[in-house]
Design a protein around this ligand. Structure first.
Ligand SMILES: [Zn+2]
Length: 344
């Protein structure tokens, strides 16, 4: 089959489009014909070699996968050839304390597709049946690939790790990003009033188009003051954050008493200096969020089927041009999710 392998780390790293042997499904696995695979910030971290734990190369990246089953390994009874599926990219053991209570996002033996195992920038993929979620009939492969990772991450943040009550103020950092575009829509559906940020007029217009009522220029030094002004000095109830560093600190300045920041990433910086006094006096919360549970994926796809969550697709690249998709994401020239497809 044709595939893209990451050969060596760097920014850009060395990605090679080549012919590799077809994967063979082991017991309990299925073979999937990949129909679409989204490109994620995680793929850039993998490319740079900045992920903790130095995964081995070469590796086929890509974790936001949709496709159809073309073969099943021994012992697979729930699935058959022709089934349309999304793939949960955070693989989990199904046996540890956390998996047993449905918290597979914090599985003790968690692995990431496209990082620890070959992922979806390929024509085919062999993966455990535990990772499969059936696609609703009216959700197409592109929508699924665009939503399954980023929007299920946002679903996990807004409906499981934190919550939104009707009327809450919700600040979504980077509304044009994958997580941001999902979070804006989910927060609005839950009755929240959404403020978002964007670094360019195009990104701000994009976030407004998804339902953000106010969108601030994140390159302006005083944007947290604008959040306080909009909320009548009160601050927001929830911040959806995925940048880290200075942006996370500024987000704390935007919080109301009793408010929470839920964070799922640290693109800008991985360490902060927190002023604890006002943090505990105002009873604020800082909540970590990692990946998603199966339930979050099912919810994101169900919301898509019901028209409550729409995929924001920023571009579609053939598999042979995966390199160009990486370049566009790294250079932040992207509005919405970039998809790679073996056959366009
Ligand atoms: Zn587990």
């Amino acid at each position: 089959m044709k595939a893209v392998q990451l050969i060596s780390h760097g920014a850009p790293g060395q990605l090679r489009y080549l012919e590799v042997p077809d994967p063979v499904p082991a017991a309990g696995e299925v073979l999937i014909r990949v129909r679409a695979c989204g490109l994620n910030r995680l793929d850039l971290w993998m490319e740079e070699g900045s992920l903790p734990g130095a995964p081995s190369l070469p590796r086929i990246p890509g974790g936001e996968i949709s496709g159809e089953i073309i073969a099943t390994g021994t012992g697979v009874s729930q699935w058959r050839a022709g089934d349309r599926v999304a793939v949960q990219s955070n693989l989990f053991c199904g046996k540890c304390e956390f998996c047993l209570r449905g918290e597979e996002s914090v599985c003790l033996k968690g692995q990431l597709l496209g990082v620890h195992r070959d992922g979806g920038f390929a024509e085919k993929l062999a993966v455990t049946e535990r990772a499969l979620v059936r696609l609703p009939d009216n959700v197409d492969f592109d929508t699924s690939a665009a939503l399954t990772l980023a929007s299920s991450t946002a679903m996990h943040m807004l409906t499981h790790r934190a919550s939104v009550r009707p009327g809450d103020w919700v600040l979504v950092i980077g509304g044009a990003s994958g997580v941001g575009s999902g979070a804006i829509q989910i927060a609005r559906q839950l009755g929240g009033k959404v403020i978002s940020t964007g670094s360019s007029p195009e990104k701000r217009a994009f976030a407004a188009g998804l339902g953000a009522e106010h969108v601030l220029d994140s390159t302006a030094a005083d944007w947290p003051a604008e959040v306080r002004r909009i909320t009548g000095k009160r601050g927001v109830d929830l911040v959806v954050e995925h940048v880290g560093g200075d942006v996370l600190l500024k987000s704390i300045d935007c919080l109301a008493r009793g408010g929470a920041i839920v964070t799922c990433g640290a693109t800008a910086a991985r360490e902060i200096m927190l002023k604890l006094w006002s943090f505990f006096v105002k009873e604020q919360k800082l909540i970590g969020s990692y990946g998603r549970r199966r339930k979050d994926m099912e919810a994101a796809l169900q919301w898509a089927a019901e028209g409550k969550l729409r995929a924001a697709i920023g571009g579609i690249y053939p598999l042979a041009e995966t390199r160009q998709a990486y370049d566009a994401l790294r250079e932040r020239r992207v509005l919405g999710k970039l998809l790679v497809k073996p056959s366009v």
